[in-house]
Design a protein around this ligand. Structure first.
Ligand code: PLP
Length: 448
């Protein structure tokens, strides 16, 4: 039996800490909101505690602790490279705050090359992998099909249409709305064939499946990767951007200030080499300690085992959700669909926020509701027209449609999924009762 198959609740901090319900009852919560942020691994907290006595500000100090902290911080980059099989020599690992900052840095750096101005994003992206590109690029969005799955045909079509002008194809490794895992090793060779590079937004993929950036001479090579520590059991403010050192070598950094420079006078600024060039300001050393400890834990648990364990849980959830009347799932439900352990749905006649509130208030279950920072994708899944969206835009008091999402972590148990399934079946079976209780006077309507 793998380590993941046994109960891993004790591996994270706080899973069994009781919470109060509004009626005063104390319950053990069920956390199904791991795609937003995971609790820390216990080993992450222990690593921080172990390191704290040795902590000091890094790079410019000659004191013993400063040197030790610098060494820990710098060697963290190697651990990260190993984890995603990045090239040890050619790639640089830039520490950031989170995926959002990573992608903003990448967009800022790449826009300095004036030759190619088109970026192909997709219709399924989180806003972090959409908005930073809109500012300085001509962004085209690769289409999704009626189930929200990425169209590889449309990718090729767009690469042909904008042949020679596409700088980058930027795509989520896995969707934070539907949970689909995108075929990045199909996309990469196609992008490279047309002279474009590929960036993978790994925020939802890296915590759940093993990631391989593949060698530079492979057509499947992933040129850039970003991800966040707080979604992989290290919520201490560190994210990562990985890419070729040469790209960051001669470009203007996104953040400017101390630590990013070699020498400055009133007349000139000589920026440092990457990655320091893109890490201005005092570094988040503890965040790196946390991320490296989380990576070690994930590696020791084995990413393949994590994936298959979580897959069993989400398949169980999907199977039962399909049988509950008034619940609509927003994903393609084939057994062999590549997916991570999250899924979105709606309860007919109940507003998504209300469903989330009932789950929390009555059952102690944490889920997420809304548009999940992927507004255009969810609007598309809900078949909203531009006119519909404008109407909601004009009247901020109208409750905007949205979905409910459950997202699992490796410490979740089958029993917790069943607690959720029983709760949602009860809610779907007593919609009138709950609607009256939580939104008195509001009529039943699809998505509320
Ligand atoms: N990309 C995806 C797919 C996400 O799900 C998220 C966050 O939920 C982000 C990017 C942004 O991550 P962060 O908030 O850590 O910057």
């Amino acid at each position: 039996m793998t380590r993941v198959a046994v109960n891993l609740r004790n591996i994270v901090v706080g899973a069994d800490v009781q919470i109060p319900l509004p009626n005063g009852r104390q319950v053990t919560p069920v956390n199904l909101d791991n795609a937003a942020s995971t609790p820390p691994f216990l080993s992450v907290l222990q690593a921080i505690e172990r390191f704290a006595p040795w902590y000091s500000s890094i790079h410019r100090g000659q004191g013993y602790k400063s040197v030790a902290s610098t060494e820990m911080y710098e060697s963290g980059r190697d651990a990260i490279k190993r984890f995603v099989n990045a090239d040890n020599i050619k790639n640089t690992v830039i520490y950031t705050k989170n995926t959002t900052e990573s992608i903003n840095i990448l967009a800022h750096v790449l826009q300095q090359d004036q030759k190619t101005r088109v970026v192909l994003s997709t219709e399924m992206e989180h806003l972090a992998n959409d908005l930073p590109w809109r500012e300085n690029f001509f962004v085209k969005y690769i289409k999704v099909d009626e189930f929200g799955r990425l169209s590889i045909d449309d990718l090729e079509k767009k690469l042909q249409e904008y042949r020679g002008s596409v700088k980058l194809v930027t795509v989520a490794g896995a969707s934070n709305v539907t949970g689909y895992v995108n075929p990045i090793y199909t996309i990469a060779p196609i992008a490279h064939h047309y002279g474009a590079q590929i960036h993978v937004d790994g925020a939802q993929q890296v915590p759940h499946l093993s990631f391989d950036m593949k060698p530079y001479d492979s057509p499947e090579h992933i040129d850039y990767l970003s991800f966040s520590g707080h979604k992989m059991y290290a919520p201490f403010g560190t994210g990562v951007l990985i890419g070729p050192s040469t790209v960051f070598q001669n470009t203007d950094p996104f953040l400017k200030g101390g630590g990013a420079v070699r020498l400055v006078s009133r007349q000139f600024v000589d920026w440092d080499d990457p990655p320091a060039r893109d890490e201005a300001g005092t570094s988040n050393v503890m965040g790196v300690v946390a991320l490296v400890a989380a990576i070690k834990e994930l590696e020791s648990l084995n990413m393949v085992d994590i994936r298959s364990y979580e897959r069993r849980l989400i398949d169980h959830a999907i199977e039962r959700l399909q049988t509950i009347r008034f619940i609509k799932l927003y994903c393609f439900q084939a057994k062999d669909e590549a997916r991570i352990s999250l899924i979105s749905f709606a309860v007919e006649g109940l507003n998504h926020h209300v469903v989330a509130q009932i789950l929390s208030d009555e059952f102690g279950i944490a889920v997420r509701s809304g548009l999940f920072c992927a507004h255009p994708y969810v609007e598309k899944l809900l078949h909203m027209s531009q006119k519909d969206i404008e109407a909601f835009r004009k009247d901020p008091h109208l409750p905007f449609p949205g979905l409910v999402r459950i997202s699992l972590g490796l410490y979740n148990q089958l029993e917790e999924i069943d607690i959720f399934l029983d709760a949602i079946a009860k809610i779907a079976g007593s919609r009138e009762h709950y609607r009256e209780k939580f939104t008195p006077g509001v009529k039943l309507a699809w998505h509320g």
